[in-house]
Design a protein around this ligand. Structure first.
Ligand code: DC
Length: 228
C-alpha cells in the first residue's frame, strides 16, 4: 500500500464521543475517500455476542463470532446520513448502536483474538486509493505509518453532553449522569486494556474539539494533510 499524498491514510483516534465519527465521515466525503469505522466492527461483534447470548467475556465463543464478522462485514457510506453496516445481506446499522451492544463492546474488544481479527479486517478494507480510518488504536497499531495521525479529545463533561443529545435526538430516554458514568467506564476499560489500549500515537496532531465545530476540526485536519 502506498501512502503518498495521492492515496493518503488518515488515522483518527480518540475516546468515546470525542467527535471522531462525525469528523471522519465529513472528512471522507470532503476528500472523496473510503471510510473505515473500526468501532462499528467491534460493535458488530458485541451485537452478535448479545444476540447469541454467549456472554461478552467468553473468549472462545466471541472469537468465533469475530471470525464471522471478519468474513461478512460490509459498510457503505451514502451521500447523506450515517454509515450503513451489513453482515452479509443483513443490515445491522441500528442494532450495533443499541444500549445493549454499547454496554458489551468494551468487554469484547479487549479479547486479543477479537482484536487480531478486526485489525486484519481493517487493513484488508483499505483500498489503494486511501482511506479515513477511525478508532482507538489506528495510529498506534493498525496503521502506524499512516500519512496523517490525528487524536481528538474533549472534556468528559462535553463528551457526556454530546452523547446525551444524540440519544435524545434518536428518541432514546437517557439520563445525563448515567451517560457520563458509562462514558467514564468505557474510557477506563479502553485505556487500560493490555492489548492495544487507547493511546495518543507518536507524532499525532492533537485536537481538543470541546469548543470547536465539526467544520473547524475537519478544516484543521485538511490543512495539516496539505503540509505532510
Ligand atoms: O468508536 P465507537 O464508540 O463506535 O467504538 C466502540 C468500542 O469499540 C469502543 O468503546 C472500544 C472499541 N474499539 C476498539 O477497541 N478499537 C478500535 N479501534 C475501535 C473501537
Amino acid at each position: 500500500m502506498t501512502e503518498g499524498s495521492g492515496s493518503p491514510i488518515i488515522a483518527i483516534d480518540g475516546p468515546a464521543a470525542s467527535g471522531k465519527s462525525t469528523v471522519a465521515i465529513t472528512l471522507a466525503r470532503r476528500l472523496d475517500l473510503q471510510l473505515v469505522d473500526s468501532g462499528s466492527m467491534y460493535r458488530t461483534v458485541a451485537f452478535l455476542a448479545m444476540e447469541s447470548r454467549c456472554g461478552s467475556t467468553d473468549e472462545m465463543a466471541v472469537g468465533a463470532i469475530a471470525r464471522t464478522v471478519r468474513a461478512e462485514y460490509r459498510a457503505e457510506l451514502p451521500g447523506e446520513g450515517q454509515l450503513r453496516v451489513f453482515l452479509g445481506e443483513r443490515d445491522v446499522t441500528g442494532e450495533i448502536r443499541s444500549a445493549e451492544a454499547t454496554g458489551a463492546v468494551s468487554d469484547v474488544s479487549r479479547i486479543p483474538v477479537v482484536r487480531e481479527e478486526m485489525v486484519d479486517l481493517q487493513r484488508s478494507m483499505v483500498s489503494r486509493s486511501g482511506a479515513v480510518v477511525e478508532g482507538r488504536d489506528i495510529g498506534t497499531t493498525v496503521f502506524p505509518d499512516a500519512t496523517l495521525k490525528v487524536f481528538l479529545e474533549a472534556t468528559a463533561g462535553e463528551r457526556a453532553r454530546r452523547r446525551y443529545r444524540e440519544y435524545r435526538e434518536k428518541g432514546i430516554d437517557a439520563n445525563i449522569s448515567e451517560v457520563a458514568r458509562q462514558i467514564r467506564k468505557r474510557d477506563e476499560i479502553d485505556s487500560s486494556r493490555e492489548s492495544s489500549p487507547l493511546a495518543i500515537p507518536d507524532g499525532a496532531l492533537l485536537i481538543d474539539t470541546t469548543e470547536k465545530t465539526v467544520a473547524q476540526v475537519v478544516e484543521e485536519i485538511a490543512e495539516a494533510l496539505e503540509d505532510v
